[in-house]
Design a protein around this ligand. Structure first.
Ligand code: C2O
Ligand code: CU
Ligand code: CU
Length: 496
């Protein structure tokens, strides 16, 4: 994990100005981190009455300029004070000082350049999660932007449109940086999707669900104990788009929600308190072939689900709660309250055919690779590994060729209770099977995060297109990723 600067340069990952900070360096703004008081982490956050504050929709960022070729955006990573716990101020690190960051709206096939300016005291790397992005713009954990430096990220957007998100990806510090607020939506669409009669505009709502723990003074408490390294840092307060358990007013109509589990380590099983089913229209990598009605949907860290909820059947004044039915504790179980407050006509609908997902035949695969997720004691500390090794940026686990179809098999041997949401950069995949069974409808579309439950095996299939070079794949429990459950693959040019 620890490399000399010479080794970094050999990898070609560092610009001349990049600065590496030791793992032990913590943000001055974050208390609880590195605390010597073992009880500190167990102090409950100041209680907030649920459903007392309205949902905030992150603002859509305007490009600094647009020309025939691209849209250019400028984003500054900076510290800010925001009121999250009423009566206290929380120091956050945010894109443009916002938590969540501003939403970037993109179109398939139209390139975007984002200039990221790091005005924070630590090195950062920005990853567009779900993006089919060249390695030099993919936010490799060692491709750092030093404090005071800038980097232009090129996003060709040459892919099926979907709900993406951008977040920090700095080596060893991703969990803390994201916890501090460094995450935002990047929503891509295209003419075909625009032509579908799905809810649009104000009725197309992104929801970033996260859990956090706060100190009495409102500061974020990121307590990285040995136990938290194993279980992930779990908060005791649920936020949606940076607001604790908000309410959201809706009309008697259908509304589309692009739900992202932006939590460091908590998984949710989402359901409506009314018993109404969720109509799922999309997964991580785009729309499904057809809508799927589901009583509840399990979302691991970094997964996205695109759902439509029809509020037309409810009398005015009805309140429906989006709940996490994984949790019995009421404080955590309540995510967001919908309030049906106005009569509204609805010209939207959910078409029977969305975007055809062409299933990649198993027979087209040239290679099957097996990755074991295991638990190792390394230097006296229990850590999770991929194929028995911690992340080593000089080591490449797999070298697929461009245009090849491969099957990757993830075998979780860690423990019955240890779920690992595995995320692969670069391309979108399809789940072939989970313990030999086809995935549930809704989980069978394009995916870049796969829930690999304890003692389970998940096989995924994907085709490496357009781009060559080195990418990472890793567990998206961010404390696992940082401690260094991550590996690399290199897409080689096609054989001719
Ligand atoms: Cu969402 Cu490699 O991360
Ligand atoms: Cu990613
Ligand atoms: Cu993990």
């Amino acid at each position: 994990m620890y490399l000399t600067r010479r080794q970094f340069h050999k990898l070609g990952l560092l610009g001349g100005s990049a600065l590496l900070l030791p793992r032990s360096m913590t943000g001055g703004a974050l208390s609880g981190s590195g605390s010597t008081n073992p009880l500190n982490q167990r102090l409950a956050s100041p209680p907030v009455e649920p459903f007392t504050r309205p949902l905030i929709i992150p603002p859509v960022l305007a490009p600094e300029y647009s020309n025939d070729a691209l849209d250019f955006y400028r984003v500054t990573m900076q510290q800010a004070e925001v009121e999250i716990i009423p009566g206290t101020m929380t120091t956050i690190w945010g894109y443009n000082g916002l938590y969540p960051g501003p939403t970037i709206r993109a179109r398939s096939g139209r390139p975007v350049v984002v200039r990221q300016e790091n005005r924070l005291p630590e090195s950062m790397s920005v990853h567009l999660h779900g993006g089919h992005t060249p390695p030099s713009s993919d936010g490799h954990p060692y491709d750092l932007i030093a404090p005071g430096a800038d980097k232009d990220y090129d996003y060709p957007n040459n892919q099926i449109p979907t709900t993406l998100w951008y977040h920090d990806h700095a080596v060893d510090a991703t969990g803390r940086h994201v916890y501090m607020g460094l995450a935002g939506f990047y929503i891509m669409t295209d003419d075909y999707e625009d032509s579908l009669p799905l809810p649009k505009g104000d009725n197309d709502v992104p929801l970033m669900i996260q859990d956090r723990r706060f100190n009495a003074n409102g500061s974020l408490n990121y307590s990285l104990t040995d136990r938290a390294i194993l279980e992930g840092v779990l908060g005791d307060t649920i936020l949606v788009n940076g607001v604790v358990q908000p309410y959201h007013e809706v009309g008697t109509r259908k509304v589309r929600f692009r739900i992202l589990n932006g939590s460091n380590a908590r998984a949710y099983r989402l359901a409506l308190s009314s018993g109404q089913r969720l109509i799922q229209i999309g997964s991580d990598g785009g729309l499904l072939s057809r809508p799927v009605s589901r009583a509840s949907i399990f979302v691991s860290p970094a997964e996205r689900i695109d759902v439509v909820i029809d509020f037309s059947g409810y009398p005015l004044g009805t309140r429906v709660v989006l709940r996490d039915i994984n949790e019995d504790e009421t404080s955590l179980g309540n995510v967001l309250e919908f309030r049906v407050v106005r009569e509204e006509s609805d010209d939207s609908s959910v078409p029977e055919t969305l975007r055809y997902v062409d299933l990649i035949p198993e027979s087209s695969a040239t290679t099957t690779r097996t990755f074991t997720l295991d638990e190792r004691v390394i230097n006296g500390r229990t850590l999770f590994t991929i194929n028995g090794r911690l992340f080593d940026p000089t080591y490449v686990d797999a070298r697929p060729r461009l245009n090849d179809v491969e099957i990757w098999k993830f075998v979780n041997t860690t423990s019955e209770y240890q779920l690992h949401p595995i995320h692969i950069h670069d391309i979108e995949w399809q789940i072939l099977d989970i313990n030999g069974q086809r995935p549930a409808a809704g989980d069978d579309g394009w995916k870049d995060v796969f829930t690999v439950r304890g003692l389970s095996t998940v096989r995924v299939i994907g085709r490496f297109t357009d781009l060559t070079g080195i990418y990472v794949f890793h567990c998206h429990k961010l404390e696992h990723e940082d401690h260094a459950m991550m590996a690399q693959f290199e897409v080689l040019p096609a054989k001719d």
